[in-house]
Design a protein around this ligand. Structure first.
Ligand SMILES: C[S@@+](CC[C@H](N)C(=O)[O-])C[C@H]1O[C@@H](n2cnc3c(N)ncnc32)[C@H](O)[C@@H]1O
Length: 397
């Protein structure tokens, strides 16, 4: 493995955009990779994977190289040393001493927050909230995320899709507990495949694919997805309803709903209506209208650090506190859209109890017996996919 200067520059540029300009890692990679059409698949993979890896291990590499936090060349050099990539004799790497880096690795491996590369405050929070479980979950959150597809059952079956992808040289594996999921054997860009353009699948983590089936949907139902975003779960709901019944997809961000509409067209999901939430009146008008309600609320994202490792450097205690308040507001106000006897799912992609079971408990207490909980489940990062929480609640009156 040899490091070429234009590839190294692309990694440095990506790191600067993520750390200095606060941009999201996935968007940065997408933009940087468009810069040079001559880069082959290996170069592209190297730029993307190395950037993600340095973001993931930022604190560890910075400690080992003993450099200022914005010295991205030293971070890349440190990454090369740790991955046995020969350091080119470039001025940018002059100050690095590979032997020292290796020696410091042994020392700092003993300190979890450095070895697992996490800010002190976040390590404290995880420990406080999850106790002994935090150690294994934190470790798992540093693994690379799998690429998982969700078969669009409005157009094909997992079996047919698997065979078709194989013809396109994409090998996948099925998952026994997630019927529509296919896991890629080898990471690759699936958005270029004809099968994607034909709407035969969406990319959606296996844990995220547990949410829609948890809603106990039946074709013909009236469903409200109140925090629909760009519609990852809305489209899954549409598949499960077999295009029968109605889905109202809502969000405060219009641009996300616009993206949802595009995806729905590709998927031939014909029963989705979108509505922007611009005031509390939008919710009030829908009182007692839904058989099923999904509240996939905004959260810290602390269950999905495998795919968004930059979040651990951007989150703050203040943000998490604000998001907890928003979650309480959403569950208490939006629950009124449910018909008596209807079911709602409260879900997050966080593993922190303060955003999950604690929120649901607080909600049930304030509702004085109007709701009860029928079921609750966790998907843990240590089980191989993203971390999610889901609670199934019933409106009694
Ligand atoms: C976890 S994301 C939803 C992801 C989406 N359900 C999916 O599966 O792709 C939470 C969404 O809630 C939206 N949101 C934020 N504040 C909201 C509010 N007060 N009411 C409804 N949605 C809100 C955000 O714009 C974001 O799209």
């Amino acid at each position: 493995m040899k490091l070429y200067v234009n590839i190294a520059r692309a990694v440095i540029q990506s790191l600067e955009m993520i750390f200095e300009q606060g941009k999201f890692a996935d968007k940065v990679i997408e933009k940087v990779l468009k810069q040079d059409p001559k880069w082959g698949a290996r170069d592209r993979r190297f730029i993307a994977e190395t950037t993600y890896d340095i973001v993931r291990w930022y604190r560890l590499i910075q400690t080992l190289t003993d450099t200022p936090s914005n010295d991205y060349w030293s971070l890349l050099g440190g990454w090369c040393v740790l991955h046995d990539v020969p350091l080119p004799a470039w001025d940018e790497f002059n100050r690095l001493q590979p032997d020292k880096i290796q020696a410091r690795l042994e020392k700092f491996q003993q300190i979890r927050r450095i070895n697992e590369s996490i800010p002190d405050w976040l390590d404290d929070l995880g420990e406080q909230e999850l106790g002994a479980r935090w150690d294994s979950e934190l470790h798992a959150l540093n693994e690379e995320a799998e690429v998982v597809l969700r078969t669009n059952t409005l157009k094909t079956s997992p079996r047919e899709l698997k065979a078709l992808l194989l013809e396109e040289h994409v090998e996948t594996a099925t998952l026994p507990d997630v019927p529509d999921a296919l896991v890629l054997e080898r990471r690759q860009n699936v958005f270029r495949l004809p099968a994607f353009k034909q709407g035969l699948f969406e990319v959606q983590d296996a844990a995220s694919q547990l949410i829609a089936p948890f809603m106990r949907l039946e074709p013909g139902m009236r469903v409200v997805d109140a925090c629909a975003g760009a519609g990852g779960k809305t489209l899954h709901i549409a598949s499960l309803l077999q295009n029968k019944g109605r889905i109202l997809a809502m969000d405060t961000e219009e641009w996300k709903l616009d993206e949802l509409k595009k995806r729905a067209r590709r998927a031939t999901a014909s029963n989705i209506e979108t509505r922007v939430i611009d005031s509390s009146k939008t919710i009030k008008r829908l009182e007692k209208s839904a058989d099923r309600l999904l509240l996939d609320v905004p959260c810290s994202g602390l269950g999905v650090l495998k795919r968004n490792p930059d979040a651990k450097w951007k989150l703050s205690t203040e943000f998490i506190q604000n998001v907890r308040e928003l979650q309480q507001h959403i569950i208490n106000d939006y629950c009124e859209m449910l018909k008596p006897g209807g079911l709602m799912v409260y879900s997050t992609c966080s593993i922190m109890p303060s955003e999950n079971e604690v929120q649901v408990k607080k909600f049930l207490e304030t509702q004085n017996g109007r709701f009860d909980m029928l079921d609750e489940a966790h998907a843990w990062p240590s089980e191989g996919f993203d971390g999610f929480y889901m609670a199934l609640l019933r409106r009694l009156s």
